[in-house]
Design a protein. Structure first.
Length: 141
């Protein structure tokens, strides 16, 4: 199925829809959150011949088009998700590597204070907070 939003975004830049671009966007949406390697794996399950470099380039383009966004949930590669998803901040457990999505509004007060005190407009949707989740914080026994 051709994505009308993708087609329009590409045309606005004088670009055309390719199968690879559609496949990468579809993979991001299917995975929910995915690293470039995971996205490449999801694409490779459907078609062969799309290399990892194409996936990286396509992800960069899709992010420029504001169709996907990324955050860093580990010290490794970024994790991408669809910009269609509800806005959220990631809470990442250092113990189990679980990720919990929370409303960005939880950080409104901090963002307002940072803006007032430093003149810095924070992009909290790009935020990943690291710590220990409730399940991992429970002492054994």
């Amino acid at each position: 199925m051709t994505d009308r939003i993708l087609v329009e975004a590409l045309r606005s830049r004088g670009l055309r829809l390719t199968a690879q671009r559609q496949l990468v966007l579809d993979a991001v949406r299917r995975l929910g959150h995915g690293t470039p390697d995971e996205i490449h794996g999801a694409v490779a399950e459907l078609v062969s011949g799309v290399n990892i470099t194409t996936v990286y380039r396509t992800l960069d383009l899709l992010e420029d088009l504001r169709l996907v966004t990324h955050t860093h949930l580990t010290h490794g590669p970024p994790t991408y998700h669809s910009a269609d998803d509800d806005r959220h901040v990631h809470l990442v457990c250092r113990e189990c590597q679980g990720v919990t999505e929370v409303e960005p509004a939880l950080f409104d007060e901090a963002a307002t204070r940072v803006l007032a005190e430093y003149g810095f407009s924070a992009d909290v949707e790009h935020l990943a907070l690291f710590g220990v989740c409730a399940n991992c914080a429970i002492p054994p026994g």
